[in-house]
Write a new protein. Structure first.
Lengths: 572, 341
């Protein structure tokens, strides 16, 4: 547990992706089985046990710590698990925290003890005792010679425990661990590590460390169980890749490159098929071996939130499509889908008011036949034939968009926004289904961005390589004479522009709030964004999707920047 | 009041807080005054305790040297040094300095007046520190304690573990430089000494602002190993190196000369993750020159004072604790002390 706790602690503070990868790889290489397997399960969110409630943790602490001191500490630290981890008193009998003995009835002799350097026995004795207490702080697990639990022991115990029992198990572990170990334990048992590592990143670290393609792990992932001994055996070259036939595992998706306007001249329109890029989320539907799954593009199982889709899915097929809310044949705005995505298990009312559907793009497997080796045109024929045999509510086909010239297609794309569509997809008719983002076979050609001219209001320091630069910008629009913050952007500029922006921020700072600087109004940023929506969570009442700095308008008077009203007009 | 000799006046009658700081009335001097005064006793060289412009100053020899280094001619009108344990008589008050274990030269001030004794601890810690003598507990009637880390969440881990964390990161990211934020007085030299004790013998690179005090420590016999400036070095020369800089330089433009630095900060505040995150610290090192909660509370018991005055820091928690343990305790509202470390 000590090692796993150190890993979580380091991951929490390491902002760079490469740094996180290296930390995880070092851990996988050094930790034994089954410890590292449970760690992998924790990092990928695959651990399941009855979570402790925050109140259980609080009660455990208050049995040992003065309530007033705990309250002040919690106010200062801000996080319950962390406060509990830090304040948890040492159980050592030589250090009885709650009832510190106190020297009473001291007898003063003369002018008190000698203060010279060769002080008498009394002073040296006192010092020696101090060294045993404050002077030589406890090392992990030193407390009363307690047994330091392994992650394996913790997980195996908690998997069998009811929620009420969790508290009883926690206390002796907390006694045995050091502060970092206690923090990691409490984060683990209260759910949600929040250390900035996605399941995707953990699997990527594993793949790099094992020298295999990430797709090779993805394909078998959902057929494996923690603590993943077979997986580690394979990655360390002791056995062949585990077989997971007939399980509804995730097939890594094929993704598209963005199409730059400059690219298009070199492409022959006759090689490509076009289809709409719908504004939902990309999903994969798998029915295999009697089970059904709905996976997000990163391979997370999101079926629980969409029982309507799962119910409608027929057997023995793997499909690729866009998850949408569709009412009366019309695609609803992305915000409606968001309502469904936010619910782990939707109410019947939600299911009625936000009916989910999948618009199908592709078919990857039919019965026992893997279709990924066929061309896109061939797979499309198979998809249409499959759909013709099994049409059902909740699914429809994403139609192909016929076109002859790029010019014609460009005009269609320009009309996409008015129809609530994100843009177009171009797929080579002869493209095989290849996991990842190969350059060439598939392109996404998004609708043109919207832009506004906004005024820079706050700037925040970046992370990692940008930690000495003010690189995250909050910008505002005018409401009467007042600037209202409407969004935040941290990309879209060159390194040279970043240097100039940073300098501008430093020279125009009016106030500082920790890593944030407020600047005087004066610099106009042209912000490009995909769309804007109503939001109750922002003071301005609007939220932008994908905002980035399009141009820096060094020349433009800030009074001439856009109004909030102008931004609101772009909503729908 | 049963604990004082019948004839001893209560210390409240001869020592009190004023806008200029803690004032000893019969001796007519201040301890760590925040405004210029005629006579000052200074516990240690940190800028919020040792200020320029006083008339007469009494302090340990290293503290006087640090003040000279920092303030030059403005260090004080007359500068008088006292060894630890050496008594100085000031108008009927006996002033004696005892080691505080905080930084080189740091002292507790022992005030004896008509049979009563007050110990002003200044800033202190109880951990061993290779760069200064350890804190000596002194029995007294009133103990004036700091409370920088006066909350029970502050229990510093062993400094050796923190140094191991730094050396481990250095091995894991050999292509990056490790930039460690350290206060110029105390923390800088302690981190250097701890690195040497851990067997790290490479030169340590430093921000220009850190050299003067490192040299001063060396003059007082504290060996800190090879240190080099990082000015005018090619970027790549600092790959895999440790660079020390004042905390303020951690995220400022000075760091742009460094190859992809891992930002570390050696401070007791790094115990709280949000604090470290908010400062953009990638490698928090919990190394403090102040007593943590366990040290503060153990020290209260040890010095045997019936009464405790708590100053600069989280006074209310330590006062609450002391009262619940049967001490008479109150917060001294001193102003002008910074949340350093």
């Amino acid at each position: 547990m000590i090692r796993f706790a150190a890993l979580l602690d380091a991951l929490l503070f390491t902002p760079a992706r490469n740094g996180k990868l290296r930390l995880m790889q070092e851990y996988f290489a050094g930790a034994p089985d089954p410890e590292r397997g449970w760690a992998l399960a924790a990092l990928t969110g695959e651990l399941a046990f009855a979570e402790a409630k925050p109140s259980q943790v609080r009660d455990l602490v208050l049995e040992r710590v003065d309530a007033e001191l705990f309250g002040w500490s919690l106010d200062f630290v801000g996080d319950l698990a962390e406060t509990a981890a830090l304040i948890w008193p040492a159980p050592s009998p030589s250090h009885p925290q709650p009832s510190l003995p106190r020297t009473r009835g001291r007898v003063r002799e003369g002018a008190g003890p000698s203060l010279s350097r060769d002080a008498g026995e009394g002073l040296t004795g006192t010092l020696a005792r101090t060294a045993g207490e404050g002077g030589a702080p406890r090392a992990p697990g030193e407390g009363a010679g307690a047994h330091v639990p392994s992650l394996t022991e913790i997980v195996e115990t908690l998997r069998l425990a009811s929620r009420a029992e969790v508290g009883r198990h926690l206390a002796p572990w907390l006694d045995a661990l050091d502060a970092t170990g206690r923090w990691a334990l409490l984060k683990l048992v209260t759910g949600g590590l929040r250390i900035g590592v996605s399941a995707r990143l953990a699997k990527l670290a594993l793949a790099e460390w094992g020298g295999v393609e990430p797709a090779q792990i993805d394909e078998i992932w959902h057929g494996l169980q923690p603590p993943y001994r077979a997986l580690f055996d394979w990655l360390e070259g002791r056995t062949a890749r585990p077989q997971v036939a007939d399980l509804p595992t995730f097939t890594p998706l094929m993704l598209a490159q963005p199409l730059e306007d400059a690219d298009i001249g070199g492409l022959d329109p006759r090689d490509y098929l076009a289809e709409w890029k719908w504004d939902g989320i990309r999903v994969q539907l798998v029915a295999r071996g009697g089970e059904k799954r709905l996976y997000s593009r990163s391979g997370d199982d999101v079926g629980g939130a969409f029982p309507d889709i799962i119910a409608a899915l027929p057997a023995a097929v793997t499909l690729d499509g866009e998850l949408l809310v569709i009412r009366d044949g019309e695609v609803a705005p992305f915000n409606d889908l968001q309502q469904r995505l936010n619910r782990k298990s939707p109410s019947p009312k939600m299911l009625r008011e936000f009916p989910a559907a999948v618009r199908l793009y592709d078919i990857l497997r039919e019965g026992d036949e893997d279709l990924r080796g066929l061309s896109f045109a061939e797979r499309r024929r198979r998809l249409e034939a499959w759909y013709a045999r099994a049409p059902r509510p909740g699914f429809d086909l994403s139609p192909l968009v016929p076109f002859v010239s790029w010019q014609e297609l460009a005009e269609l794309r320009d009309g996409a926004r008015a129809r609530g569509i994100e843009g177009l997809m171009l797929k080579r008719a002869d493209s095989l289904y290849i996991a990842g983002r190969p350059k060439g076979p598939w392109f996404k050609w998004k609708r043109g961005a919207l832009t506004i001219d906004a005024v820079l209001m706050y700037a925040q320091r970046g992370h990692g390589k940008r930690s000495s630069f003010y690189s995250d910008y909050t910008f505002g629009a005018w409401r009467g004479d007042e600037l209202v913050p409407v969004g935040k952007a941290y990309s879209g500029f060159t390194d040279e522009e970043l240097r100039r922006l940073d300098l501008w921020v430093r020279h125009h700072t009016t106030r500082r709030y920790g890593p944030v600087r407020e600047v005087e109004p004066g610099l106009v940023l042209e912000i490009a964004f995909d769309s804007v929506h109503r939001s109750t969570r922002h003071r301005s009442g609007v939220a932008m999707r994908f905002p980035r700095v399009h141009r820096i308008r060094w020349d433009k008077p800030y009074r001439e920047a856009d109004t909030l009203e102008a931004l609101q007009r772009l909503m729908n | 009041m049963t604990f004082l000799k019948p004839l001893s006046p209560h210390p409240e009658t001869w020592i009190r807080t004023t806008p200029a700081g803690l004032y000893c009335e019969p001796g007519n001097f201040y301890i760590d005054p925040v405004l210029p005064v005629a006579r000052a006793v200074v516990t240690h060289g940190h800028g919020d305790h040792a200020r320029p412009g006083n008339g007469a100053v009494l302090a340990t020899e290293p503290t006087i040297a640090i003040m000279r280094q920092r303030y030059g001619d403005d260090a004080g009108g007359s500068l008088q040094t006292a060894d630890y344990g050496e008594a100085t008589e000031i108008d009927g008050v006996t002033v004696t300095l005892a080691p505080a274990g905080h930084v080189l030269g740091s002292a507790q001030v022992i005030l004896d007046y008509r049979g009563g004794r007050v110990v002003v601890s200044g800033d202190y810690k109880r951990r061993p520190d290779p760069t200064c003598p350890p804190f000596e507990p002194v029995n007294c009637d009133v103990f004036v304690t700091e409370a920088t880390f006066g909350l029970p969440v502050f229990r510093h881990p062993p400094d050796t573990l923190e140094i191991d964390k730094l050396l481990h990161s250095l091995r894991l990211f050999p292509e990056r430089c490790h930039l460690v934020g350290v206060y110029a007085l105390g923390k800088c030299q302690r981190v250097l000494a701890l690195l040497r004790r851990a067997g790290y013998e490479e030169p340590v690179y430093m921000h220009g602002a850190l050299f003067a005090l490192v040299e001063l420590y060396e003059r007082f016999g504290v060996a800190l190993g090879p240190v080099l400036p990082c000015l005018d070095l090619p970027r790549d020369a600092l790959k895999g190196r440790i660079v020390l800089a004042p905390p303020g330089a951690l995220a400022n433009r000075w760091t742009r000369r460094l190859p992809d630095p891992v930002a570390a900060l050696a401070s007791g505040w790094m115990r709280v993750k949000q604090r470290a995150k908010a400062r953009g610290v990638e490698l928090p090192l919990v190394i403090s020159d102040h007593a943590d909660w366990d040290e503060l509370t153990a020290t209260l018991a040890e010095v045997g004072a019936e009464e405790v005055w708590v100053t600069h820091g989280r006074e209310e928690a330590l006062v609450h604790y002391a009262q619940s343990r049967g001490f008479r305790a109150r917060a001294l509202q001193l102003i002008g002390f910074e949340e350093e470390d």
